[in-house]
Design a binder for this molecule. Structure first.
Ligand code: KG4
Length: 343
C-alpha cells in the first residue's frame, strides 16, 4: 500500500485526508454549514467560493497533522462525483495540479463508494453485501458481490431522504440540517399524526420521499389555518417512523432476496439513531452481520475517499489530466478510467 492524499469537496465540506499503508494520518474537515444555515440548504455558488477560499488551508493543515511532505505522496485521489458541479471542480483542480506537479497518479473516486468504504475503518467488508446509502443527495440500495462491484437495486424516485428531513425541519421551524433535530425530537414524541407510507404494497426496491414531504407540509399548513397547535415532537416521530420505515422495509426485502451476509449503512442519514436501531434489530433477526459507521464517518470527509483510493491504487485505476467532474456519476460506472493515466 501507498501514501495517499485524498480530497473531498462535493458539497459543503472541504476535506483532505492522508493515509499511509491503510492507516489514517490526517482527516481535516472544514464545514461550511453555518454559512448555508440561513438559506435552509446548501447554496451551490457560495459552496464553490468557500471551497476556493479554504482548500489551500485545509491542505496545509492536513500535511502538518500527518507530518508528511507532498513529495512523499504516491497518488492524489479526489471525489469526481456525484455532487455540486462547481464544488467538485475545486477539489478536482487541486488534485490535478498536485498530480501534475509531483508527477503522481490521479485517482478519481465515486462519492458514494466513499460513504460505503468508510465502514472499512470499523470492520472488514464481507460479501454479498448490502449497502444502504442514505444522504442529503442520495437514497440507494447497492448490492456488492465483491470489492468495487456495485449494483444499484433500488433508489429514490424523487427526493433523497436527507433532503426530505431538511425540508420537513424547515416547515417545523427547526434548524438546518434538519436530520439531527428531528432525530432528537422524535424520541420525545408519539406517532399520532397519520402520514401515508409511500409506494405501499408495491413490489419494488425503489423509494419515494417527495409525497411524504408534501403530506407533512400540507398537514402543518392545515393545522395552522385551523389555529391548532402543532405537536412538533409528535410530528417528528410520525414523519421519522414512515421515512425510516420505507428504508428498512426495502433493506429487509433485499437481505432475504440476495442472501446478504453483511449490511453496511452509509451517508449522512446513517447517523440517524432510529435507522441504526431498526437495522440492527432486523439484521439480527435475519442472521446478517451489520456494520454501522462511526459518527465521524457519516458526514462528508476525505478519509472515506482515501479508503476507496487505496483499492483503486492497487488496481491502477488512474485518470488522465483531461478528467472532468460528473455531478450525476452512477456508482455502477466508477470504473470508466481503468489504466488511463497519461502521466
Ligand atoms: O452525506 P451528507 O453529509 O450529505 C450528502 O453528501 O448528501 O448528509 C447530509 C444529510 C442532511 O440532509 C442531514 O439532515 C442528514 O444527512 N442527517 C440526518 C441525521 N444527521 C444528518 N438525517 C437523519 N438523522 C440524523 N441523525
Amino acid at each position: 500500500m501507498a501514501t495517499i492524499l485524498a480530497i473531498e469537496s462535493s458539497c459543503d465540506e472541504t476535506s483532505i485526508a492522508i493515509t499511509r499503508e491503510g492507516k489514517l494520518l490526517a482527516n481535516v474537515i472544514n464545514s461550511q454549514v453555518e454559512f448555508h444555515q440561513k438559506y435552509g440548504g446548501v447554496m451551490p455558488e457560495i459552496a464553490s467560493r468557500l471551497h476556493c477560499e479554504n482548500i489551500s488551508l485545509v491542505l496545509k493543515e492536513a500535511l502538518e497533522k500527518a507530518d508528511v511532505k507532498l513529495e512523499e505522496i504516491d497518488a492524489f485521489a479526489v471525489t469526481r462525483g456525484p455532487g455540486l458541479i462547481g464544488a467538485l471542480h475545486v477539489g478536482l483542480q487541486c488534485a490535478k495540479t498536485l498530480a501534475l506537479l509531483y508527477q503522481k497518479p490521479l485517482i478519481p473516486v465515486h462519492h458514494l463508494a466513499g460513504h460505503i468504504y468508510a465502514n472499512e475503518y470499523n470492520d472488514v467488508l464481507s460479501f454479498p453485501l448490502l449497502a444502504v446509502v442514505v444522504s442529503g443527495g442520495n437514497s440507494e440500495l447497492v448490492i456488492m458481490k465483491s470489492h468495487l462491484d456495485f449494483e444499484i437495486i433500488g433508489g429514490t424516485r424523487d427526493d433523497a431522504i436527507g433532503e426530505c428531513y431538511d425540508k420537513v425541519a424547515r416547515v417545523l421551524g427547526l434548524p438546518y440540517p434538519g436530520g439531527v433535530p428531528i432525530d432528537r425530537l422524535a424520541k420525545e414524541g408519539k406517532p399520532t399524526y397519520h402520514l401515508p407510507r409511500p409506494l405501499i404494497g408495491q413490489d419494488t426496491y425503489d423509494m419515494s420521499f417527495s409525497g411524504l414531504k408534501t403530506n407533512v407540509i400540507n398537514l402543518v399548513h392545515n393545522l395552522e389555518q385551523r389555529g391548532e397547535q402543532i405537536r412538533v415532537a409528535d410530528m417528528c416521530r410520525s414523519f421519522q417512523d414512515v421515512a425510516v420505515g420505507v428504508v428498512v422495509s426495502r433493506a429487509v426485502k433485499a437481505i432475504k432476496q440476495y442472501k446478504v451476509k453483511q449490511v453496511v449503512l452509509a451517508g449522512g442519514v446513517s447517523a440517524n439513531s432510529y435507522l441504526r436501531e431498526q437495522m440492527k434489530i432486523e439484521c439480527q433477526k435475519l442472521g446478517a452481520n451489520i456494520i454501522i459507521p462511526p459518527m465521524w464517518c457519516c458526514t462528508d470527509n476525505a478519509a472515506m475517499i482515501a479508503k476507496v483510493a487505496e483499492h483503486l491504487y492497487e488496481r491502477k485505476v488512474f485518470a488522465n489530466m483531461d478528467l472532468g467532474v460528473d455531478s450525476n456519476w452512477s456508482i455502477e460506472n466508477w470504473n470508466d478510467f481503468q489504466n488511463s493515466s497519461d502521466l
